[in-house]
Design a protein. Structure first.
Length: 180
């Protein structure tokens, strides 16, 4: 992000907090000494009385502001500021397999897909890849969402050979495959 937009976002955050505090303080000063017995309006026998806002409202706002400012100090909430805890979202990765897929597949290059189905590590890796790249269209159960093919029936749209299946996975069919 350019320095202009970094400063713009930081300024917007600070201005927002200052304005919110100003609004709450002004509201408190105008209304905290309201008279509970003063009738402001009457309609159909119902009286609208003047009353101060509940103190829990201001305590809640104060607590929210303190927590928000604490968050902005500890974590990267303002542009360009990494926070006192030096938190980096790039460190938050989902649990990755202990070995890479390339390392797993380097041992089994010459095997058929049927024999690969017996290898639990490869099936587990394939399941994770399917959930990441395929389940959005083909659903978790591989039966296919509307307008997407069922992958577990006995009908092979483009052939059931190992080469045809690998071609469908790597290059896609009749549309772009995610990540491909």
């Amino acid at each position: 992000m350019s320095s202009f937009w970094t400063l713009w976002a930081a300024l917007g955050t600070v201005v927002f907090f200052v304005l919110m505090v100003a609004v709450i303080v002004k509201y408190w000063r105008n209304n905290h000494q309201a008279d509970k017995d003063k009738v402001l309006d009457t309609f159909d026998g119902i009286e609208e009385k003047d009353a101060p806002p509940p103190k829990i409202l201001f305590v809640s706002y104060f607590a929210a502001f303190v927590i928000s400012i604490g968050y902005l100090i500890l974590y990267p909430g303002i542009s360009g500021w990494s926070g006192l805890l030096n938190y980096d979202q790039a460190d938050d990765k989902l649990s990755a397999p202990s070995t890479s897929l390339d390392a797993q597949f380097s041992q089994v290059q010459d095997q058929s897909l049927i024999s690969l189905a017996d290898n639990t590590e490869i099936v587990s890796s394939g399941r994770m890849l399917f959930q990441t790249h395929c389940a959005a269209c083909h659903r978790d159960n591989a039966q296919g969402a509307k307008h997407f093919p069922n992958l577990i029936d006995n009908e092979w749209m483009y052939g059931g050979s190992d080469e045809a299946i690998i071609h469908s996975i790597e290059l896609g069919r009749n549309g772009a495959m995610p990540g491909g």
